[in-house]
Design a protein around this ligand. Structure first.
Ligand code: NDP
Length: 399
């Protein structure tokens, strides 16, 4: 049916590639292109010989002209962008120039200031509409599945959703004193930023990790979780009509927070470049270089993740609550695709979004966040492709 160009060759890309190969009737051909071609070749070596035809290429995705050349040469139907958020706009520009659909899992980030804002990508809406092309933003887990859960709750269970709490728990243990389970730079930028949530049309800012709750997660147990700003809050606050409040919580262990505090206190999490022996270096990028590669955590990580959304609102004049979540086991993910659950829970939804786009079910010209698409085919695919969901109509609410 289709041909996809996958950009990036990290933990998430590895899952996308495996999952595309598990769906060869849709992904007849894929090209894995990234900065370091040997990583693409290594993935190809594992999966070659199946029904999906795999090729690889070297690409600097910061370079729009090089991207245009690659796309014109390979002629894919769509690009699945699982490189870093810094490359979103150059890849979108290249898609527009070549007439190819686009999908990613994280909003565009300027290199110098962490923003977590959609404005740059939403500005492309008209261009994609005019070109008759679809761009799907944030088709990972959060953002991604959390948006699909929200659209599903709205479509099937509520007349009005008043509050959404997104709860992201990772009870995985990799045995290292400190490591981040996806790109450390993005992860640390996210956590050291001020917290923020949305209530009655206003953004309320908190100090980093100021708001802490303990929640008893199904299949995981009690965990400390902290209120963070997360990019899907921006799109959901706009797209779920009638919403009054939306928050995002993520779990971190005490050990993780202690390490982070120390690193922050000594200046290692700063993104402001410093001069070192005549060379300009960014402390956070240097830290990334000395931390374990997230891809190397896979074989060592045990335990589960639980990510979901708790909704409150009204149906037929009656108050209603609804909790929908997925539990994913790190070791089971590793056994299946050679990546841990964080990469798995991001890569599977990226493949599903791409599959629905290629099948025409999620094809509509413009730039869209996932909650603007029909959630039903996506929910159906989640169960089939390894991320089944559980529903609870009487959950404990977060105060
Ligand atoms: P990794 O750091 O493991 O992989 C990123 C890949 O992108 C690497 O292969 C890297 O190349 C490649 N890359 C970086 N810069 C360029 C460039 N200029 N040109 C070409 N390739 C480049 O990250 P992950 O796989 O963990 O994450 C991938 C994406 O998924 C990120 O955007 C992340 O924010 C997002 N994400 C989304 C989540 C969600 O739920 N929505 C959750 C987790 C992640 P090289 O190998 O040479 O370094």
């Amino acid at each position: 049916m289709g041909k996809a160009l996958i950009i990036g060759a990290g933990g998430v890309a590895n899952v996308v590639v495996h999952k595309c190969c598990q769906n060869p009737e849709v992904f007849e051909e894929i090209c894995i292109a990234s900065r370091t071609k040997s990583k693409c070749d290594a993935m190809k070596a594992v999966l070659d010989g199946g029904k999906t035809k795999i090729t690889t290429a070297q690409i600097d995705a910061d370079d729009t002209e090089a991207l245009i050349e690659l796309i014109n040469d390979y002629k894919p139907d769509m690009v699945i962008n699982v490189a870093l958020p810094y490359q979103d706009l150059t890849i979108m520009d290249a898609c527009l120039a070549t007439g190819v659909h686009y999908l990613d899992t994280a909003n565009y980030e300027p290199l110098d200031i962490p923003k977590f804002e959609y404005k740059w990508q939403w500005a492309y809406k008209e261009k994609f509409e005019k070109a008759g092309l679809t761009a799907i933003l944030g088709s990972g887990f959060d953002p991604g599945v959390t948006g699909v859960y929200s659209a599903y709750a709205m479509k099937h269970y509520f007349d009005e959703i008043h509050t959404i709490d997104i709860l992201d728990a990772n009870a995985g243990d990799h045995g290292y004193p400190f490591a981040t389970n996806f790109n450390p730079e993005i992860n640390i930028r996210e956590i050291t930023a001020k917290g923020r949530y949305w209530e009655e049309g206003d953004w309320i800012e908190t100090e980093p990790l100021e708001i802490k709750r303990v929640y008893n997660f199904p299949q995981i147990g009690d965990k400390d979780m902290y209120l963070l700003y997360h990019e899907e809050l921006e799109s959901l606050a706009q797209n779920i009509k009638g919403l009054k409040k939306i928050r995002f919580f993520m779990t971190f262990s005490e050990r993780y927070i202690t390490h982070l505090n120390v690193l922050e206190n000594v200046g290692m999490t700063s993104i402001k470049p410093i001069m070192y022996q005549g060379m300009e270096i960014q402390p956070l990028q240097f830290l990334k270089a000395v931390l374990p590669d997230p891809a190397s955590l896979g074989p060592r990580t045990k335990g589960k993740t639980n990510i979901g959304c708790i909704f409150t609102g009204v149906k037929d004049g009656q108050p209603k609550t609804y909790y929908v979540y997925n539990v994913c086991d790190h070791e089971a993910c590793y056994a299946e695709v050679g990546s841990q659950a964080i990469s798995y829970t991001t890569g599977v939804p990226a493949m599903i979004g791409a599959k629905l786009l290629l099948e025409g079910k999620w094809k509509k010209p413009g730039v869209y966040n996932v909650e603007e698409m029909d959630p039903d085919p996506f929910m159906e695919e989640l169960s089939k492709q390894g991320l089944p969901w559980v529903e609870d109509f009487n959950p404990v609410l977060v105060d």
